[in-house]
Design a protein around this ligand. Structure first.
Ligand SMILES: Cc1ncc(COP(=O)(O)O)c(C=O)c1O
Length: 382
């Protein structure tokens, strides 16, 4: 079945008890045990809940996994998988990683004796060079946030497999509509469902998806022990939002591609980062592993003042942290998604004060283009 169909029929979408066309919110923290001596399916919502499980089954289906686990946020999912690291272990990550992941490693996990190395993700040799006997995982995001760098997933996986280590890939930007890293040999996929999957800027949620049963058992235990489970209401909202994922993405990526071309030609824009552009350095690799440039693009203006002028003048996109909503979202990585990194680390990752990120929504392309155009024209060149 195609993804559009699987989104509507490929996982539990009907209530088995009543036939209701939407999985009900099993808004219960606990379940009556008719005979507590025999194990029954559900006992306590932190251990399992039918609404949350429907969302998990959905994600496993979409990412071509065997299992999925739902969390209260993308960061909840990321922390659950990073807790597979033990004292003395080492992890290699691509340099321009989501700021929260960076902060977890550099401020929290280091306190438990875990070490890390950041590498230029698109340079395969740098992954191999960073390896140590105690390296346990490779961790990548492609395209990355916010610079849309592309990393060769199969290339990184091949090095990992050669050295018997596992690979984790954050697939938030592409969504399973356009990239399925488990098919390329990745062991665990991370999703911030807060973004495109839910798609309506009204839920914070995260998932881990995997095929391996042992990994699943270990991560299921982390879900239970760390306690960052997805709420029932959020699981239900996710199930509602995800049904239109393919339709939303189709519209948003078509507009993003057009806007990227427009921005390139604009005199005030000094650089555009969008993996759907033929002159993007990772274009060929991206084409090999994904089938769309996605709905997020970033661009540079020539001055910080220009950035402020643009934000003051823009009317349609909301100005906010986050991406992947039905509405376009303009954000400023320097102080928003990456504000938790030191200035030195931000600059080392290429996140400059003149960088702007646009998550393209499903508004009319004509209106979006006109709005960007009027706002850019208010930028005075310095
Ligand atoms: C690529 C990526 N991964 C993970 C996260 C964290 O997700 P959440 O905000 O749902 O915790 C984000 C948030 O912006 C993100 O952009």
């Amino acid at each position: 079945m195609d993804l559009e169909t699987r989104l509507l029929h490929g996982y539990p979408v009907l209530d088995e008890v009543t036939g209701a066309s939407s999985i009900p919110k099993y808004q219960a923290s606990t379940f009556h045990q008719g005979d507590f001596r025999t194990h029954q399916g559900y006992t306590y919502t932190r251990f399992g809940n039918p609404t949350i499980e429907a969302a998990e089954t959905c994600m496993a289906e979409l990412e071509h996994g065997s299992h999925a686990l739902a969390f209260s946020s993308g960061m909840g999912a990321i922390n659950a998988v990073l807790f597979l690291l033990s004292q003395g272990d080492h992890i290699v990550l691509c340099r321009d990683i989501y700021g929260g992941t960076f902060q977890t490693l550099t401020e929290m996990l280091v306190r438990f004796g875990i070490s890390y190395t950041f590498v230029e993700g698109n340079n395969l040799a740098s992954w191999e060079k960073a390896l140590r006997p105690e390296t346990k995982f490779f961790y990548l995001e492609t395209p990355s946030n916010p610079l849309l760098h592309v990393i060769d997933i199969e290339g990184v996986v091949a090095i990992a497999k050669k050295h018997q280590i596992q690979t984790i890939c954050d697939n938030t930007f592409m969504t399973p509509c356009y990239q399925t890293p488990l098919d390329l040999g990745v062991d665990v996929v991370v999703q911030s469902a807060t973004k495109f999957l839910n798609g309506h800027s009204d839920v914070v949620a995260g998932f881990l998806v995997m095929r391996d049963d042992r990994l699943y058992s270990a991560l299921k235990k982390h879900q239970k022990m760390l306690g960052a489970i997805l709420g029932v209401e959020e699981a239900w909202l996710f199930l509602r939002g995800v049904k239109t994922l393919a339709l939303r993405m189709e519209k948003a990526v078509a507009s993003a591609a057009q806007l990227a071309s427009y921005l390139i030609s604009h005199e005030h824009v000094t650089k555009v980062y969008y993996p759907g552009l033929k002159d993007h350095p990772g274009y060929d690799v991206h084409q090999k592993q994904a089938n769309s440039g996605g709905a997020v693009l970033s661009f540079e203006l020539s001055s910080v003042e220009g950035v402020y002028e643009l934000f003051d003048a823009i009317r349609l996109p909301i100005v906010a942290v986050s991406l992947g909503g039905v509405e376009s979202i303009l954000s400023y990585p320097w102080s928003m998604s990456h504000g938790c990194m030191s200035e030195k680390d931000r600059l080392a990752a290429g996140v400059t004060p003149t960088l702007v990120r646009l998550s393209v929504g499903i508004e009319s392309l004509t209106d979006l283009n006109a709005d960007l155009s009027q706002a850019l024209n208010k930028v005075r060149v310095t």
